[in-house]
Design a protein around this ligand. Structure first.
Ligand SMILES: CC(C)(COP(=O)(O)OP(=O)(O)OC[C@H]1O[C@@H](n2cnc3c(N)ncnc32)[C@H](O)[C@@H]1OP(=O)(O)O)[C@@H](O)C(=O)NCCC(=O)NCCS
Length: 166
């Protein structure tokens, strides 16, 4: 049974450890720490299984030139023994709901299209949006509030923390 809930201070070291173990370097773990310090963790959820934190997802602000802001999903990670049991699916679904509840109308992600399609993401290029990292088809967007996703707005910028740890 997976419980998804907002992070608390007590989760910080477990979150760091999950990202550190899930990616080749500590960049994602450091990124999450830095986003938190900068108050840019718009939505930050953990997944718990039997009182153990086994997954984490972060959303942080992104911007376009018109000033309209959305959020970017990154990173998401699940500890290895708990993978392929729907933990990330639960985190992503709950995260998108939380973002919509907080009033964010759209979300972008750089990730595997086959995976993110199931959550409603489509190639951001279809909406005239692109990213700073040359993500191509991996750069995807989903509209949470009808009409909120900007069309032909061009470059979507992640926060400065991403350049630091990109
Ligand atoms: C990607 C990750 C978060 C998925 O977590 P999970 O809890 O195992 O995911 P779920 O159980 O909800 O979903 C499993 C599905 O994801 C797919 N999947 C797992 N990793 C994937 C990847 N890197 N690319 C594409 N699909 C992937 C599985 O094949 C499976 O597909 P299926 O449902 O069609 O069988 C986890 O594998 C992980 O932490 N990986 C290392 C960190 C990472 O790459 N994060 C994503 C980029 S920020």
């Amino acid at each position: 049974m997976v419980i998804v809930r907002p992070e608390t201070r007590a989760d910080i070291s477990a979150i760091h450890a999950i990202h550190r173990a899930s990616f080749p370097t500590d960049a994602e773990a450091m990124l999450v720490d830095r986003l938190r310090v900068g108050h840019h963790l718009t939505v930050s959820l953990v997944a718990e299984v039997r009182d153990e934190v086994v997954g984490h997802i972060a959303f942080s602000p992104v911007s376009i030139s018109s000033g309209l802001s959305g959020v970017g999903l990154a990173p998401v990670a699940v500890s290895e023994p708990h993978r392929n049991r729907g933990v990330a699916t639960a985190l992503i679904r709950a995260g998108l709901t939380e973002c919509r509840t907080a009033g964010f109308g759209w979300v972008v992600v750089l990730g595997e299209p086959e995976y993110y399609r199931r959550f409603g993401f489509r190639a951001a290029a279809e909406f005239g949006l692109n990213d700073e990292y040359g993500g191509g088809l991996a750069f995807q967007a989903v509209e949470l509030i009808p009409g909120a996703l900007p069309r032909d707005a061009g470059l979507v910028r992640y926060g400065p923390e991403f350049a630091e740890f990109g």
